[in-house]
Ligand binder design. Structure first.
Ligand SMILES: NC(=O)c1ccc[n+]([C@@H]2O[C@H](COP(=O)([O-])OP(=O)(O)OC[C@H]3O[C@@H](n4cnc5c(N)ncnc54)[C@H](OP(=O)(O)O)[C@@H]3O)[C@@H](O)[C@H]2O)c1
Length: 248
């Protein structure tokens, strides 16, 4: 699709992958709006990238999702690309005498990673439908293909995003072909989320580069970096893919 002169909302655009996607879209002459919880982090992103807009918003709160979309409708006036990037990861050990997690933590992780994506997408669809060409970009993970043991809820939310994206794409193809649905499946990326763990991480700049290039070529399932190899291994030797990711 054409990736200039679009109006782009990037959730979690103040850090990591989202920040680099914001920079990339800005470099290509798009109007870029980012959202996140932390106002200082949003301000730092503006200082770094320049002329982008910010909306402070906690996607775990349904009222904030409504307020975000109202701002888009009333102050921005249009939306052509929605990037559902914001995400959080908690590590749980489900077998522990004194669990370090609560049911609220589980709700929170599912709310940010999955419910917010579905709700924000639902509320943005009327704006996206008004455009001749528009897109929804969901950010998923290689852990949606083969999970790791330490983050079962996170992996479950990313698997759900992967399948949600596919089914939503079918609906758009049949009913609203002006809306493309992309699923960016990421490998381990060097961001705050992975600080202090994991080897062989790629940079968020590399992610932004690959996602942008794939969107330009209308590749809807975007396997970034080593995810290309993971998909291949999972197809031929699923037990090996499971073994590689299990303790990653
Ligand atoms: N890093 C990896 O290895 C990796 C691998 C596969 C997939 N991914 C996915 O890539 C996406 C980006 O991850 P990242 O590594 O760039 O994470 P990150 O560096 O931790 O950045 C997360 C961004 O999301 C925002 N955010 C978090 N919770 C939010 C909430 N409740 N409401 C609004 N904004 C919120 C954060 O801003 P505030 O804290 O200010 O809210 C920040 O801007 C996520 O969906 C993640 O699951 C990452």
């Amino acid at each position: 699709m054409k990736l200039s002169k679009q109006t782009v909302l990037i959730t979690g655009g103040s850090a990591g992958v989202g920040l680099e996607l914001a920079r990339k879209f800005k470099q290509h002459n798009n109007r870029v709006i980012i959202c996140g919880r932390n106002a200082e982090q949003l301000a730092r992103a503006v200082q770094e990238i320049g002329d982008i807009e910010t909306i402070q918003c906690d996607l775990a709160q349904e009222s904030d999702i409504h307020a975000l979309v109202e701002t888009l409708k009333n102050k921005v006036g249009e939306l052509s690309i929605l990037v559902n990037n914001a995400g959080v990861q908690l590590n749980y050990n489900f077998i522990q005498a004194e669990p370090e997690y609560t049911l609220k933590d589980i709700d929170w992780e599912i709310d940010v990673n999955l419910n917010a994506v579905i709700k924000l997408t639902t509320l943005c669809l009327p704006l996206l439908r008004q455009q001749p060409e528009s897109a929804i970009v969901n950010v998923s993970s290689g852990l949606a293909i083969a999970p790791k043991s330490t983050a079962p809820v996170y992996c479950a939310t990313k698997a759900a995003i992967h399948i949600f994206s596919k089914a939503l794409r079918y609906q758009m193809e049949d009913n609203a072909p002006n809306i493309a649905v992309y699923d960016a499946i990421l490998p381990l990326v060097d961001t705050n989320m992975t600080r202090g763990r994991g080897k062989g991480k790629i940079s968020p700049q590399q992610v932004a580069h690959e996602v942008f290039a794939a969107m330009e070529r209308n590749r809807y399932e975007i396997c970034v970096g080593k995810v290309k190899l993971l998909v291949l291994i999972n197809r031929i030797l699923p037990q090996l893919a499971a073994k590689i990711l299990r303790n990653s």
